[in-house]
Design a protein around this ligand. Structure first.
Ligand SMILES: Cc1cc2nc3c(=O)[nH]c(=O)nc-3n(C[C@H](O)[C@H](O)[C@H](O)COP(=O)(O)OP(=O)(O)OC[C@H]3O[C@@H](n4cnc5c(N)ncnc54)[C@H](O)[C@@H]3O)c2cc1C
Length: 512
């Protein structure tokens, strides 16, 4: 076999655990592996459909991060008086952004079934005393790649007020509801491998906290929901090499929450491969990444005034969101970028807060300046009486930077961006002191998306695209859901998919 065809070490199944170390067997209709949003939704909907259901998870508790969840519509949106939008063209634009390398049936299932799933979730969470709100998104310019459709839901209550940060409340409420419905959860119990009989997945072998093993038999099916593989260096090198160096976590914390350097080691993906799954067709796997939000005027945005590279040159049309900003900046020398603006920017641009609600008013210029001052005091922004002082404080070449600013200001005064064709409404001169500036080089590496070949019913498939009987997956590990980069045009899309496909798949497996 040539070097090229040699399997990577993670593709080689481990030897089965000696039978004497498997100290017990438990049986259920459905076994769900992993307790993030996807696993919980699958487990609860299977239980509600009458299946005896057990969650087994390596984490000590339900796992959460962020809390923005997309649904195309919901009774919450109706109560806010929002109309149903026709998103047909928007979805085509999104397929183009994904180079048409995604399974459209999954996306249209999200479009057509997420309302039912969100209404189901909202009923559960409201019963547990949470409020479901609508997170604000960028509303500018429909059909521009900065626009985001309404539909990002968030959960507040019990001390959480900011939209997009309440997932820990939601998963706790889901776990409670699942247990009250007669479901069972085994915590701190990582799954090690799957067992098959006559071609069908029939059981999961899991490791108990003390080190012994248990065999969890599943009469109807096993649903894998073990999250991503961003902390597995070998898998990253094979399936997402460009961003492999940016994920530095060892992946040994199964409770990992709001972390931006890697989450898990892809254990569910590996178990699926050992059970005969093929890898997804799209290569490389899509990364979820965002650029710095400093100086931004919109949710999920990045500074939309003048951006410069470390040579003091302007390098792009700044009208883009945080994900696209990160990718654009990575192409500049050293992957570095900076922004400089004047106090007048606070008055001449509409500012909306990231993490705000749809009904919140625009920020006033005074609020905007207060935010900047707060960031100055934290060392995130620099401030100066002259543009030269700000450029110097940022370490930029002052002469080249001043030349760029003179040119940019002239374009702003002319109301026409002859260099990068930015819309006139986003051309604000850098005019009034004090001036502010920041580095935009920081990036947030959230996760990598993808895994075993998965059809739109969430059945894991082999190399002939045939489902492996008894084996399903949901959540971040689903194959062929995204390509290129996760572009944040649908904020909360991944949690929306965890919810929608978790809800649908749990029911489907229960009805097997
Ligand atoms: C900082 C941050 C913020 C984010 N915010 C958002 C957001 O607001 N909206 C959004 O859509 N997306 C967000 N994401 C992406 C987010 O991580 C995913 O959308 C979401 O967590 C996917 O859920 P999941 O259920 O697939 O997996 P996870 O939530 O990652 O859960 C995986 C579960 O599997 C368990 N597990 C792992 N290995 C094993 C094993 N061998 N055996 C048993 N159990 C195992 C884990 O312990 C965990 O319980 C964010 C990501 C980051 C890093």
């Amino acid at each position: 076999m040539s070097e090229y065809l040699k399997p990577a070490s993670f593709e080689i199944p481990p030897p089965p655990v000696p039978e004497e170390q498997i100290t017990g067997t438990l049986t259920a209709d459905v076994v769900v592996v992993g307790e993030g949003l996807a696993g919980l939704c699958a487990a609860l909907s299977a239980r509600q459909a009458g299946a005896e259901t057990r969650i087994v998870t390596a984490s000590a508790r339900p796992v959460a991060r962020g809390g923005s969840v997309f649904a195309s519509y919901s009774r919450i949106m109706a109560a806010h008086g929002l109309p149903r939008l026709d998103l047909d063209d928007f979805f085509l634009e999104e397929f183009a952004a994904n180079s048409f390398q995604v399974d459209q049936r999954k996306w249209y299932t999200l479009l057509d079934r997420s309302e039912e799933a969100m209404d189901w979730l909202a009923d559960i969470l409201e019963k547990e005393g949470l409020e479901v709100v609508l997170e604000d998104a960028n509303r500018d310019d429909c059909h521009s790649p900065t626009w985001q459709p309404p539909g990002t839901h968030a959960f507040v209550g019990k001390g959480v007020t900011r939209a997009g940060t309440g997932m820990s409340l939601a998963v706790a409420a889901l776990e409670k509801t699942f247990l009250e419905a007669g479901g069972e959860v085994l915590h701190s119990t990582p799954a090690r491998y799957l067992e098959k009989a006559d071609g069908r997945v029939t059981a999961v072998v899991v490791q108990k906290p003390g080190g012994d093993y248990l065999r969890l038999k599943a009469r109807k099916g096993v649903i894998l929901a073990t999250g991503d593989f961003s902390a597995n260096k070998e898998m990253m090198a094979k399936y997402c090499p460009q961003y492999a160096p940016d994920f530095t976590s060892a992946g040994d914390d199964y409770d990992v929450g709001f972390a931006v350097r890697g989450l898990y080691r892809g254990e569910g993906q590996q178990m699926a491969l050992w059970a005969g799954a093929a890898w997804q067709k799209t290569w490389p796997c899509a990364v979820m990444i965002q650029g710095s939000r400093l100086g931004t005027s919109m949710p999920y945005g990045s500074h939309r005034g003048l951006r410069l590279n470390r040579r003091g040159e302007r390098y792009c049309n700044e009208d883009m969101n945080g994900a696209y900003t990160a990718l654009t900046t990575l192409r500049e020398p050293g992957g570095q970028a900076y922004a400089i603006w004047g106090s007048n920017y606070a008055r001449e641009t509409v500012f909306r807060a990231h993490g705000g609600r749809r009904e919140d008013p625009d920020l006033t210029p005074e609020q905007v300046i207060a935010n900047w001052e707060d960031q100055v005091s934290k060392g995130q922004l620099v401030k100066g009486d002259t543009v030269e002082a700000v450029a110097e404080a940022l370490g930029l070449p002052v002469e080249a930077t001043m030349e760029t600013i003179r040119r940019y200001n002239a374009l702003c005064r002319a109301g026409k961006d002859g260099d990068f064709h930015k819309k006139p409404k986003y051309l604000q001169e850098i005019r009034e002191a004090p001036f502010y500036g920041c580095s935009l080089s920081d990036r947030l590496f959230f996760t990598v998306l993808g895994g075993p070949r998965t059809n739109y019913k969430m059945q894991i498939c082999d190399g002939r695209d045939e489902p492996i009987p008894g084996l399903w997956c949901v959540g971040s590990m689903v194959g062929d859901m995204y390509a290129n980069c996760y572009n944040f045009r649908i904020p909360g899309q991944n949690y929306g998919a965890c919810l929608t496909f978790g809800y649908l798949t749990g029911k489907r497996v229960a009805e097997e």
